[in-house]
Design a protein around this ligand. Structure first.
Ligand SMILES: Cc1cc2nc3c(=O)[nH]c(=O)nc-3n(C[C@H](O)[C@H](O)[C@H](O)COP(=O)(O)OP(=O)(O)OC[C@H]3O[C@@H](n4cnc5c(N)ncnc54)[C@H](O)[C@@H]3O)c2cc1C
Length: 324
């Protein structure tokens, strides 16, 4: 069996789960084994149906009020029990904030190998899983394997493998009664930041602003453009450290890693710690008034100019295109 942990938040399946399912399917095909998805939470039956439709052999659900909110304690204990019972070849998770935390917890609980933040899955001649993962802040790619280790815990970098297509397995939903016992962690309250923009790591277009934005009030320019082209708004660490944007929007080594179809960097110089968070974007556009800025070395399209003039022009042009 190959287990894929499918992440949901407030009753909505995260898109990255389909990427994890595709990676899991690749391993299941190679090992000629069953592909099983696992969903944990409260009131998750519609999510389970969505995953069965995608094409897996089995969806194991643990529908329990104790699992309504993620805790490494609760989710870790349930996944550990499932892994010990089913002895899978691998457990695959998405390397989201939750997935990274859970993958490490699970690997520690199972005393097994964790291959974190992988960008590709392949096999060697003996059929062992060989994973690719960026190291040294993305300067090199390591290929890693752990022959004979079961289960491997693998976390997959969002948007690295893509989520095209459906799988061809006919599945069923199995409800497991696995109330986690002796939970030491309980979520008392969730305080949400109100944000109207798309989630950064799932967005198809990301517009980020750096120190060149000059102040928090000017992010309204980026938000206006984002609203027109359905983008998420990110930031460099300089902008986050200045208190202009919340850390959840930071792109880079100590922020989030994104790989959208289009990344627009506004007033960002292109320090390596920023590049590592967006270098895998399909198309990079940089707007900077300094023609020597490092960001132009990685940009597919560069606009040398003042972002306070260029961004409003782009917004107007995209509006016109949208209106036909
Ligand atoms: C351990 C470590 C981890 C780090 N992690 C991260 C990380 O996760 N993410 C991250 O981003 N950084 C990270 N950094 C910081 C990184 O090294 C840089 O300091 C940071 O990315 C710089 O941000 P910036 O490009 O916005 O600012 P700057 O380097 O100051 O660049 C501002 C740019 O704006 C341009 N500009 C100014 N005005 C305008 C205008 N009107 N129109 C157009 N362009 C204009 C300038 O020409 C300049 O190129 C990390 C550093 C360390 C040491």
């Amino acid at each position: 069996m190959v287990i894929v942990f499918c992440e949901q938040r407030e009753g909505t399946l995260k898109k990255v789960s389909f990427e994890a399912l595709l990676a899991g399917y690749k391993i299941a095909e190679k090992k000629q084994d069953e592909l099983t998805a696992v969903v944990l939470g409260k009131d998750i039956s519609s999510i389970a149906r969505e995953i069965v439709k995608f094409g897996v052999n089995k969806v194991i659900t643990v529908d329990d009020p104790a699992l309504e909110f993620y805790t490494p304690d609760g989710y870790g204990s349930v996944l550990e029990k499932l892994a010990r019972e089913h002895k899978p070849h691998a457990v695959i998770l998405s390397a989201t904030a939750l997935g990274k935390d859970l993958a490490a917890t699970l690997a520690a609980r199972l005393e097994t190998v964790l291959l974190p933040d992988c960008t590709a899955i392949d096999f060697d001649e003996e059929g062992n899983v060989v994973a690719t993962r960026p190291i040294y802040a993305g300067k090199a790619l390591a290929t890693v394997k752990a022959p004979g280790v079961m289960p491997l815990v693998i976390s997959l970098r969002p948007r690295a493998v893509g989520a095209q297509g459906e799988l061809n397995r006919n599945g069923q939903i199995v409800a497991a009664q696995l109330t986690p016992e002796d939970l030491r962690m309980k979520v008392a309250e969730i305080v949400k930041t109100v944000t109207k923009t798309v989630e950064l790591t799932e967005a198809d277009i990301v517009i980020s602003g750096g120190r060149g934005m000059k102040g928090p009030e000017n992010y309204a320019l980026l938000e206006e453009l984002a609203a027109v082209i359905n983008a998420a708004v990110g930031a460099s660490r300089a902008a986050v450290d200045a208190g202009w944007r919340d850390h959840q929007f930071q792109v880079g080594q100590t922020g989030k890693v994104v790989a959208p179809s289009l990344y627009i960097a506004c007033g960002i110089s292109g320090a390596i710690q920023h590049l590592v968070g967006m270098i895998n974007s399909k198309c990079i556009v940089a707007i900077n008034k300094d023609p020597e800025a490092n960001i132009f070395k990685v940009a597919d399209y560069g606009i040398v100019g003042d972002l306070f003039q260029v961004v409003p022009l782009l917004t107007e042009e995209f509006k016109k295109i949208k209106q036909g």
